[in-house]
Design a binder for this molecule. Sequence first.
Ligand code: MG
Length: 204
Amino acid sequence: MVKARPLIVSDCDGVLLHFIAPFIDYLRDIHGYSLKMESFALTGNVRRPDGSAVEGHEFPPLLDGFFTTHMPQQTPIPGAADALQHLARSCDVVVLTNIADHHAERRTAELQRMGMPYPVIGNQGGKGPPLKKLLDEFQPSEAIFIDDLPPNHTSVKTHVPHVHRLHMVAEHEVRHIIPQSPDAHARHDDWPAMLSHIETILKG
Ligand SMILES: [Mg+2]
């Protein structure tokens, strides 16, 4: 019987790949909009040239357009590929990303191109239910979840409370406006620190 391995489940945008900077470029170049991250939300912060705010219902098509044409502009977060490569020697690694299914294939290819050849699961909404599904499938010895958005940690805590939850906000543009999730066990905003934390857990 194959011995169970630990499972690392990582978010993509804001953890493995930059999102804010290329999204700002896309909004400006394709739509003439500006984005200033003054609060922890896209809604209200994206503005037309006349200064009016783009409304919530206008975001799904904007995000879809970004992922359709500008995903290749997303650059890797420093240290992410090395850390995951190191962990993948003894762990299974899966990327759980809130992205429509039809974009998941391109994201898989993009991550692979940047040295992160891991399965990509597209999701919508809370990450607790899809993570529970992954645990059922992998039956890991232990599981570690990494994400930049506090509501995702809350969802995971609700559905699979035994998973070790690590908060990472890798993009400096939003680091100051995203508070540490009260539902995560720890926060590390760079990969070298995150890797040593994970290694400590796996040794424990
Ligand atoms: Mg994210």
